[in-house]
Design a protein around this ligand. Structure first.
Ligand SMILES: [Zn+2]
Ligand SMILES: [Zn+2]
Length: 145
């Protein structure tokens, strides 16, 4: 057995300089388990564990965790924001135009910005926002049958 146990979710919150609350622990674990959940889905998972929490409190906690770098927020155009626990890499997302399903796509280059601008116009560019749009397997199947 290793001498020091793996850090708990509470340790990670503390390490990021955040106050540890049961709701924040439940929220971070829900986001990490959930893939790309919206605020409502996250709120209902948090409520299963800690009882009532207002949607406003969930928004505020998500904002704090996103600012601390523990959670990544994605907001595909025309869709509500989603949150995920996969942070610290430059992965992209593919979004289904039909049902809004979101999947991860590894960055082909690895580091941002992964597209080279033909002309940077004197700007120092640090990110290219890449979203792939298409039709998910479920929706493709539904359409053809
Ligand atoms: Zn779909
Ligand atoms: Zn993702």
């Amino acid at each position: 057995m290793p001498a020091s146990p793996a850090p708990t979710t509470a340790d990670e919150l503390r390490g990021a300089g955040l106050r540890v609350t049961a709701a924040r622990v439940a929220l971070l674990e829900a986001v990490r388990q959930g893939g790309h959940l919206g605020v409502e889905a996250i709120a209902s998972k948090v409520r299963e564990r800690v009882g009532h929490i207002s949607l406003q409190a969930v928004y505020e906690a998500l904002h704090a965790l996103t600012a601390a770098g523990l959670v990544r927020r994605i907001e595909p155009a025309g869709h509500p924001a989603r949150f995920e626990g996969r942070v610290g890499d430059n992965h992209h997302h593919i979004v289904c135009r039909s049902c809004g399903a979101v999947a991860d796509v590894d960055c082909a280059v690895g580091d941002a910005p992964c597209l080279t601008a033909s002309d940077d116009r004197g700007f120092s560019i640090d990110e290219a926002e890449v979203v792939y749009w298409g039709t998910c397997p479920d929706c493709s199947t539904g359409r053809s049958s």
